[in-house]
Design a protein around this ligand. Sequence first.
Ligand code: HEM
Length: 396
Amino acid sequence: MTTPTVSGLPTQRPNPLDPPPEIAALRSADPLVRMTFPDGHFGWLATGHHVVRAVLASPAFSNRVEKMHAVIPMKRDIDPAAFGTLPGMFNRMDGEDHARIRRMLTGQFTVRRMTQLEPRIAQIAEEHLDAIEKMGPPVDLVPTYTLPIPSLVICELLGVPYSYRGRFQQDAAVLLNLESEAEPAMQAWMSLQQLFGELIDRKRADGGDDLLSGLIAQNELSQGELSIIAMILLIAGHETTANMLALGTYTLLQHPSQMAAVIKDPATAVEELLRYLSIIHFGPVRTALEDVEIDGHLIKAGECVAMSVPGANRDPSKFDAPDSLDVTRHAQGHVAFGHGIHQCLGQQLARIEMRIGFAALLRRLPSLALAGEVRFRDNMSIYGVHNLPVTWNHNA
Ligand code: HEM
């Protein structure tokens, strides 16, 4: 039997809450198909749950930048291979290089630190809801709630002092907006690098109880590595959580009968929303370091495999009625946070933010309803919404 071939990753979503319909069709034809990448590279697309996990768990694949072919055309016209994997960019390293830095970071993402952050996250959510109530409807929840929560939480985690936060949030917003032109994006990158450099100097002198101070105290990472690590945490933990909060809220507004269950058991609901929404919808991508057989196909050294997280998380061989949202189901085993050695480092923190973020919003504004057109992030590496205009009965 010949392997099906697809030209580019399907991206069009007739229904904004479902993956492109081609994904399900490809998965039932073969959970691992051949795919042409935008630069002409002839690689693979994995849509089946077992295949995605097998590739992500295999040491035969690399995550290094210089080995990668982009799965969507690069908007900013920057060839990632030109700068490669920078020192400290552990999320794009393999083997022992990755493990060395990941170990140091895991030691900082402690249950104690996460538990300590919890009341602060609740406070941040409530303060933003106070401001929203004061503004009165209609309000766009993206700039007022779903973006500032993860942004301020990263500040708390890294120990960014209040005096730096305005600059930090401004630069982060420019850098993280994939629609920004190359020039301002590069300026924001430089400005954040400078800010983290200053911050690291201050913390080296004064110490502290935050994650950056903890890493500095280990005395094993250079200044350059430390500021890249800080940038990675900022980028990885910001838009992801923000879009889960915003798209998750939109989804619940489409399924109002499930809102009470979210308030009752937000932990279970968050896992199902992660599975159902699968916001990392372009990638991850891995490159074979050697010839390797996966699910009966020979992947040759140098070939890239693009993973479809939505494909895996809607795979009927893993989840019953995968296209239905059921916030009371146990969605364990989803790959919304990836799998294998690069599995999301911030997942416990993200879960806390989402549990608090959804429950606080729905409790405070039980009559929440959409109040305008929503624009979806179709062509961005993290799926979600650009805006979320809402209204509520403020006399209730
Ligand atoms: C890795 C998703 C929130 C930090 C990943 C990966 C996924 C993911 C799919 C694996 C990428 C790969 O295999 O190449 C998400 C989602 C989030 C979220 C859906 C929110 C709902 C966060 C937060 C932080 C964070 C809050 C930190 C504060 C990281 C880091 C990595 C990572 C550092 C790289 C880990 C490594 O390579 O060892 N995330 N993430 N993420 N995430 Fe998250």
